[in-house]
Ligand binder design. Sequence first.
Ligand code: MF3
Ligand code: CO
Length: 259
Amino acid sequence: MILIKSERDLESMRPACGVAAKVLEQVAAFIQPGVTTAEVDQYAASLMKEYGARSAFLGYRKYPCHTCISVNEQVVHGLAGNRKLLFGDIVSVDVGVIYNGFIGDNARTVAVGGCSPAAQSLMDVTEKALYEGIAQALPGKRVIDISRAVQRFVEGHGYSVVREFVGHGVGRTMHEEPQIPNFVDGKSSPKLRPGMTLAIEPMVNAGRAGVKILKDSWTVVTGDGSLSAHFEHTVLVTETEPEIMTCPEKMPSSLKVAS
Ligand code: MF3
Ligand code: CO
């Protein structure tokens, strides 16, 4: 069953998404050559605490970190540790928080200092593919319209979409129905209705689509060692335009500190 959020639900969920977006924005700005992924994760944890939120990931199926930090050929679910980020790396940061009883989920890939034109192009295409998908989040369309738009855009640029991991409904729990694949499958696909809140999240590989999971049992890497990028927003289906919920402006003004 796909949960439809009431206006009252959304009044609680928008600030949760705002906090998730603000944390992601600040973490992205913190990333620079020489910092370790554990320092990035700790910084995210300290921001969540400052905002009165907590990680939606920590403890989920025993996940051990506050965020997912996936470097270069790592696709998603990378674990923070003593790895130092180097100039030219690309880092996918996934931030999910619980606040007001709701979850906001978002991710983006950033370059550490700078990166190769090939890496930049992969990131640009992945981010644009996310927006192609979001543009389909309209009442009367189906989930598969999102999937098709993402896949077409990505494959049109010579990259591939990951099959094993998908976007999802999100609300009081992190993974609600429906699943949102980034490719067209043969399955029946639910119709989109106002009040649905969707985490749309293309994971795009520069090379082949296949992935492997490392022995830490979490980190997903490309099978061919090629670079991978990941962008995600939590999006509300409305009567009119899709509403991107994970934007920093939706953070409650009471939490904003003078800087
Ligand atoms: N954004 C990811 C997802 O929606 C993050 C989950 S990481 C986990 O699935 F550790 F919590 F599983
Ligand atoms: Co997600």
